[in-house]
Each structure stands twice: as C-alpha cells, then as structure tokens.
Write a new protein. Structure first.
Length: 45
C-alpha cells in the first residue's frame, strides 16, 4: 500500500529536479562541443 511505502516523495522530487538540471547541462555541453567542431571545420576549409 502507499502508506507502507518507504519512498520519500519530496526526496524523489528533489532528485528528479537535480537529474533534469544535469541533463540540461549535458545537452549544453554537447551543443557547445558540436559548435566548436563546426567552427574548426569551417576554419580548415
């Protein structure tokens, strides 16, 4: 039952927010790296 659950919903929600922020940060890193590679390729052309 829900009452017997050991899950702390506030703790899980906090972890969810942290995970979402980490995912967003990682997508920004990948986008920046992609832009840097594109800029490098443009310089080499």
């Amino acid at each position: 039952s829900l009452e017997g659950s050991n899950t702390d919903i506030a703790d899980e929600f906090t972890k969810l927010i942290i995970t979402q922020q980490a995912y967003l940060a990682n997508t920004k890193v990948i986008t920046t790296a992609n832009n840097m590679v594109q800029d490098l390729l443009n310089v080499l052309r």
